[in-house]
Design a protein around this ligand. Structure first.
Ligand code: GMT
Length: 376
């Protein structure tokens, strides 16, 4: 099959899933054409069967906002016609599903039928998509897709309750390449924890939805009772405030703000505990990554997190904003080495249920159906 993939090429979860899926499909012998405004961060375009088509947005002074969707639709049409694309898979509804609908209509006029698979990832439904400025267009473009998937049952439920959806929605969870996390669990921790402290970690794009202040507060309580350091990995609008909060609490020396890094797997492999107190989280790919690196997770019980994190086994689930419970469970694990080892193993075993060899075939099966439909 020749599959066009449209996604955000950045570090965000939807872009990571789209890129990894494309890479695996290419390994399975399919031709994968990424159509994005810059090269996806995890993509190696020198790999066989991988192609990259850049969307160029022409800058014109009349426009306050450059019309990206138009440029994207045009690039989709061009790529489908020149490369003979069979299926288009768009990740994140806004604006990709809408641009795909436009491309499909243009192609129909030329006698070409292009099936569209749309994967909803989270904030395209739970935060941004629900906004009145986007809702009619998001509803329309989901309904116009040939196949629609969400990354959790919870996101499917949210989609059906927030929008009038006439399409069947299939749930295909996030996945990971477990081999990437197969690092030495006794890896050198001394640079991060020189005095043998326990290592607590958080990774995100540090937006409001991640409830960053809760992490600093919970960690404050943890380090009062047990020697620990906190690794804050990633960048975003909440980062500066978190630094100030750590300074105000007098724990700045224990909190390491590491920014964006390509050393995620190594940092996770040296961590003892992962915190994810998000307001909403459709799946929590980053929690799955932590679990694959044998790190138990204390997360909120929001969105799809309970579908991944098993309370009392792979970590703990707490109500959104319940910092005391986060600290209490954190200490329960960090102060009991036997319990911590048990949870680390449980977290790893659970992550195997989301390994790419289990999940990628689910997408491949959707593609096969889309192809059969277009040939009818
Ligand atoms: O909001 C983010 O964290 C980034 C966002 C994205 O679309 O890039 O992540 C969403 O998609 C991921 C991949 O499917 C999910 O694992 C994340 O849970 C989801 N984020 C939220 O729902 C907040």
């Amino acid at each position: 099959m020749k599959i066009g993939v449209v996604c955000y090429p950045t570090f965000g979860g939807s872009g990571v899933v789209a890129t990894e899926l494309g890479i695996q499909m290419a390994k399975n012998g399919h031709e994968i054409h990424f159509i994005t405004y810059s090269q996806p961060v995890r993509l190696d375009i020198l790999e066989p069967n991988i192609f990259y088509h850049e969307v160029n947005v022409h800058d014109y002074p009349l426009f306050t906002y450059q019309p990206y969707e138009l440029a994207l639709s045009s690039k989709m049409v061009d790529t489908v016609l020149t490369e003979g694309i069979d299926i288009l898979h768009v990740h994140y509804a806004i604006p990709h599903a809408y641009a795909a609908y436009m491309a499909k209509q243009i192609l129909l006029e030329k006698g070409v039928y292009l099936p569209i698979v749309t994967t909803l990832h989270g904030t395209d439904i739970t935060l941004v998509g629900k906004h009145p400025s986007y809702k009619p267009a998001v509803t329309f473009s989901i309904n116009q897709s040939d196949f629609v998937t969400t990354v959790s049952k919870s996101l499917k439920k949210d989609t059906l309750s927030s929008f009038v959806i006439k399409k069947e929605i299939e749930v295909i969870p996030n996945f990971i390449d477990i081999k990437l996390y197969d690092k030495d669990p006794l890896c050198d921790r001394t640079q991060m924890a020189p005095n043998g402290e326990k290592i607590v970690a958080h990774i995100s794009n540090m937006r409001k939805v991640k409830r960053i202040p809760n992490i600093i507060e919970a960690f404050y309580k943890i380090q009062e009772a047990t020697p620990a350091v906190l690794l804050m990995i990633g960048e975003g609008p909440e980062c500066e405030l978190a630094e100030q909060q750590a300074k105000d609490l007098g724990i700045f020396h224990r909190v390491k703000f590491l920014g964006k890094t390509s050393e995620i797997e190594r940092l996770l492999c040296m961590s003892d505990l992962f915190l994810l107190p998000s307001e909403t989280e459709s799946f929590g790919l980053v929690a799955l990554e932590a679990m694959a690196a044998r790190v138990p997770v204390i997360s909120s019980n929001a969105g799809g997190l309970p579908e991944l994190n098993v309370h009392g086994k792979t970590g703990y689930l707490v109500d959104v904003g319940d910092v005391n419970a986060m600290a209490k469970y954190g200490l329960k694990l960090l102060q009991d080495d036997a319990l911590l080892s048990e949870f680390k193993e449980n977290a790893y075993q659970r992550s195997l249920e989301f390994s790419l060899d289990k999940v990628v075939p689910m997408y491949e099966e959707v593609y096969q159906r889309a192809l059969r439909q277009s040939r009818k």
